[in-house]
Design a protein around this ligand. Sequence first.
Ligand code: ASP
Ligand code: MG
Length: 441
Amino acid sequence: MKVFKFGGASVNSADAVRNMAHIVQTHLESEPLVVVVSAMGKTTNLLEKLVPGSPECETQGQTLRKQLEDYHLGIANGLIPNDKELVGKIQSLLHELDETIATLQPLSEHYNYNYDQVVSFGELISTTIIAHYLNHHGINTQWADARKLVVTDNHFREGRVDWTETAERWRAMSEQWNTEGSAPQVLLTQGFIAGAKEEEDNLQFSIFNLQFSTTTLGREGSDYSAAILAYCLGAESVTIWKDVPGFLNADPKFFPDTVKINEIPYDEAIELAYYGASVIHPKTVKPLQNMGIPLYIRSFIHPEAKGSVIGNYHTISPETPLYIFRNNQILLSVYPRDYSFIAEDNLQVIFGILSKIGVRVNLMQNSALSFSICVDNNPQLIGRLIEELKSMFRVRYNENLQLVTIRYYTQQVIDRIVAGRPILLEQRSRLTEQIVVPLDK
Ligand code: ASP
Ligand code: MG
């Protein structure tokens, strides 16, 4: 069994959905193809503004709600003109969304819960449209509700997967196919969304009638969904269809002459995601590595091209430097007021503050009397961080910086990237060079 994942950009218009359907059609096999789909285009961003308690919800709610409806009906109509049944399905989901929004309380302590109940409609609507379209095209497609098939705890906006329970549900479903001979050609489900089980029940009989609250797996979490399903099904492979030709050695937004990496070891992909490479969601690789399932990254624009594969390799191929750029960084240096050394006790206090506020450290370095960290400059969090640190330390900082990570560096490559800018912080290990430089020359 294979798992395909299509992100928002691959289904953002009627033409895009047609292209996606064509890719699916050319890969049908005797076993069901499991297809994971995200919300169409930028729908998740729009839905975030409809969450009760978000600033835009009150002021722009109606306009945005209309935009959401027009966008999806437009795509549906572009796919199959005047299909009353499809329009009815979309309208009924939109109606359910309105009812959900009306019942949620706009309290800040409910925000994460509200968020998941609302934004999940992006994936519900996209998969409803696409399943209908595929069936209309003669591809036998079963729509599956990921809220009942991917089980998490109730940590809203970042649900943690219950692997045993999730695997059990997928096993039950594939068994049902086998005994009843009811396997579809395509099993289509939502990425990103899941369900927190709220009551114990008898799995065998009520698997599709559980009580649950919707959860999500974190922004851009559909890649992770695909990996979860592949893990639970023991799939042969996962393919992520993207708008780039594969795994590039740098983000083409920052770099004119990128190189496609054909083969990437699992560990390398995990390292790259950790440093901030945005090709795949950071949590995606681990479950695949555990099961030895290869992850293909291919272009939905050139589906005939080979793309890249993350798998059981020793080194990347071709061997070439890899670059990860993180903009909008702030470099904070703290100095103990009493000129005490930076030692375990001071570090413990600093890390306590970082973890309490929820700031992730991208790079750190210490000397006898100072400790420096490079972090994303998120104004809300950083304001609080500086406040708290100031109660115990002297704090200095530089803003508007870029953190560049180069794997497999050479001095020539570093010089090219630095391009005469002053280096504020540098760290070098055997394989990795990291530098913090001003964003503007
Ligand atoms: N639709 C979700 C998002 O935009 C999940 C995803 O696309 O992976 O974050
Ligand atoms: Mg997306």
